[in-house]
Design a protein around this ligand. Structure first.
Ligand code: ADP
Length: 610
């Protein structure tokens, strides 16, 4: 009961101190992994929105650079011819605008310019880069669409209230300039003559010229062709009408002259190629750009994705009338599968560690239980030993005392009775000294190193025969020796073999010979030497009650006795067989016991060859 209680206390303590914290910490850790995973999934829409913002910012940066470069360009470069240094000279028509020769910036399809002051006979000035005026015919034939688009644009702006819009968009810059650049910009080649005539006058008049910022616009042609344009307005303040009298070619500049200038942007570059380039730079591992034309083929793959639709046309600030245009629509795709597989990897790692921890704790628990059991068993044995020794000491001591007192006080008058009492005292004293000797022998053996030497087992047993026969005061008729000649030499220590035989024979006499325990018709105790399983052995066999099979494995343990102190009838210490095992071990031999066929037991010591 006490034992069980102790075990349970150890177990509960162990659980409380190690297992419980491990469980609690493990549970918390797992909970955190799960929360992180959920939080990551929940954050996906925001991450997609954020990725879309990054993408839009990257594209607008590119677009801004393009527009900044255009803003810096003097407005009168948007013309076929221009006046160098803002001054008219005789060779005016020979100065082609740098824009005409310049290579088109990436993303620009063409530059254009037209004015709205006098729409009736006005022509759009459309400029492609890297061309000379001689190529203009080619331009008309190569890009008729663009030319027409620009003309349509012009007519459209006519109805838009040009000046009002220009005012609303705000002025970026006002430049004081003489009339030359404006006039030249406005002029067609055929008016150059008039300008040249009034060079002096035009060079002397100064007016403020207002630039608007570039305005972005997206629309689709009736045929479905997408157009992305950037336009700015150049507005000149009115000047003295008297001047027109002197220079009739200024007539056309009269009502507050205004120009629309700008460029056709390549919508495929802006809304398809550029987003791909930018997304390569600004997107991280699980983010992906997906144009409208490239939907994910595999629906299973789609399930692990989050898609955030973005209309680039609107996001980049293009004004558009087309409410249902899908051009430039993209998806920012977040791969949720990656979060999923990261979570799975974490789970595996966690459960791996948890399993290892469980194994470690389990092993610890098992080891603890074992060591506790062993200690409790040892304590139990010691307790048994103390009980046995006390019992063993008390019995002979009280017999000695009783008999001695009776003799001393003259209670025994009969001579033969007196002798009997004396010999009883002597016998009990012998018992006492055996006990003391065994306890001492055990203590001595525990610290002694044996030094066995090769010898003949049968010869050694023969030399001990007489002593064994006379032990216990008998004539030796209860012993039968069957010793084999010519056995192989084995490692022996005469004292150890003598002690082993003494103990085994004494036990056999004690447990097997009393009439009550003998199996009917049983013969004497057999002491044999021979070869068993290839080893030289010494056996002591009897026909006593034998050792119950469940006790066989414990019988050589110290203080171990069959049954318990209360029910046992024989006296003993539980040390005899233990000493046999220790003696055997000191010679490199091994002691064992088995049940004998037809009853009794066979104690065997197997020796090591020399
Ligand atoms: P002890 O004889 O002092 O009790 P031992 O170590 O010699 O101690 O023996 C241990 C136990 O083994 C004994 O208590 C006894 O029950 C049992 N035993 C020993 N020898 C025999 C035998 N020949 N026949 C039956 N039981 C035996």
């Amino acid at each position: 009961m006490v034992r069980l209680k102790k075990k349970r206390t150890a177990f509960v303590l162990y659980s409380l101190l190690l297992v419980l914290p491990a469980l609690v910490l493990g549970g918390l850790h797992w909970h955190q992994i799960w929360l992180d995973y959920r939080a990551e999934l929940d954050a996906v829409p925001e991450a997609a929105r954020e990725a879309a913002r990054r993408l839009a910012y990257g594209i607008s940066e590119n677009l801004s650079q393009l527009l900044d470069a255009e803003t810096a360009r003097p407005f009168h470069h948007y013309a076929q011819i221009f006046a160098i240094g803002d001054e008219l000279d005789a060779s005016l028509s020979l100065h082609y605008s740098p824009l005409v020769r310049e290579e088109l910036p990436e993303g620009v399809l063409a530059w254009f310019s037209y004015n709205l002051a006098d729409l009736n006979d006005e022509k759009v000035g459309l400029f492609m880069g890297g061309r000379t005026p001689e190529d203009e015919a080619d331009l008309q034939s190569e890009e008729p669409d663009l030319v027409e688009a620009a003309e349509r644009l012009m007519r459209r702006n006519e109805h838009d209230g040009f000046l009002r819009r220009a005012a609303r968009l705000g002025t970026v810059e006002t430049v004081e300039s003489n009339l030359v650049p404006v006039a030249v910009n406005r002029a067609q080649n055929d008016e150059a003559e008039c300008f040249r005539e009034h060079m002096e006058l035009l060079n002397s008049v100064t007016v403020p010229i207002n630039y608007s910022q570039f305005h972005l616009r997206f629309y689709e042609e009736p045929g479905g062709e997408p157009r992305a344009i950037a336009t700015r307005w150049i507005v000149m303040d009115e000047f003295d009408p008297l001047l027109i009298k002197h220079a009739p070619c200024l007539e056309m500049l009269r009502p507050g002259f205004g120009l629309v200038q700008g460029m056709f942007l390549d919508p495929y570059w802006l809304f398809a190629e550029l987003p791909v380039q930018v997304s390569d730079q600004v997107f991280s591992g699980s983010e992906r750009f997906q144009g409208d034309e490239s939907p994910t083929a595999n629906p299973a793959e789609r399930a692990a994705e989050y898609r955030f639709p973005v209309s680039l046309v609107r996001t980049l600030g293009f004004e558009t009338d087309d409410d249902d245009t899908t051009f430039g629509d993209i998806n920012v795709v977040i791969d949720e599968g990656e979060i999923e597989s990261r979570f799975q990897a974490q789970s595996w790692r966690f459960f791996g560690v948890a399993a290892m921890l469980a194994l470690t704790l389990g092993t610890g628990m098992a080891l603890l239980m074992r060591s506790v059991s062993r200690e409790l068993e040892q304590a139990q044995q010691t307790e048994n030993f103390v009980a046995a020794v006390t019992h063993e000491l008390r019995t002979p001591l009280s017999a000695i005392r009783l008999h001695a007192e009776m003799l001393l006080e003259g209670w025994v008058s009969d001579e033969s009775k007196r002798d009997e009492y004396y010999s009883r005292i002597v016998r009990e004293t012998g018992r006492l000294s055996t006990l003391v000797e065994r306890v001492l022998e055990k203590a001595r053996l525990s610290s002694k190193l044996a030094n066995p030497e090769p010898g003949d087992l049968s010869d050694l047993v023969t030399s001990l025969k007489l002593d064994l026969e006379q032990r216990a005061g008998g004539d030796g008729a209860d012993l039968s020796f069957q010793l084999k000649d010519g056995l192989p030499a084995v490692l022996l220590e005469p004292d150890a073999v003598s002690s082993i035989l003494d103990n085994l024979v004494e036990n056999a006499r004690k447990y097997a010979l009393p009439p009550a325990t003998r199996i009917n018709g049983s013969g004497p105790i057999e002491i044999r030497t021979g070869v068993h399983s290839g080893q030289v052995v010494l056996e002591v066999a009897d026909r006593g009650p034998g050792i119950p099979s469940e006790e066989l494995e414990h019988i050589f343990e110290a203080f171990y006795r069959v049954g318990n102190e209360v029910t046992r009838t024989s006296t003993g210490t539980g040390l005899g067989l233990h000493l046999v095992a220790i003696h055997a071990k000191s010679m490199g031999a091994r002691a064992s016991v088995e049940q004998r066929e037809s009853g009794g037991s066979v104690f065997r010591v197997s020796f090591r060859g020399a």
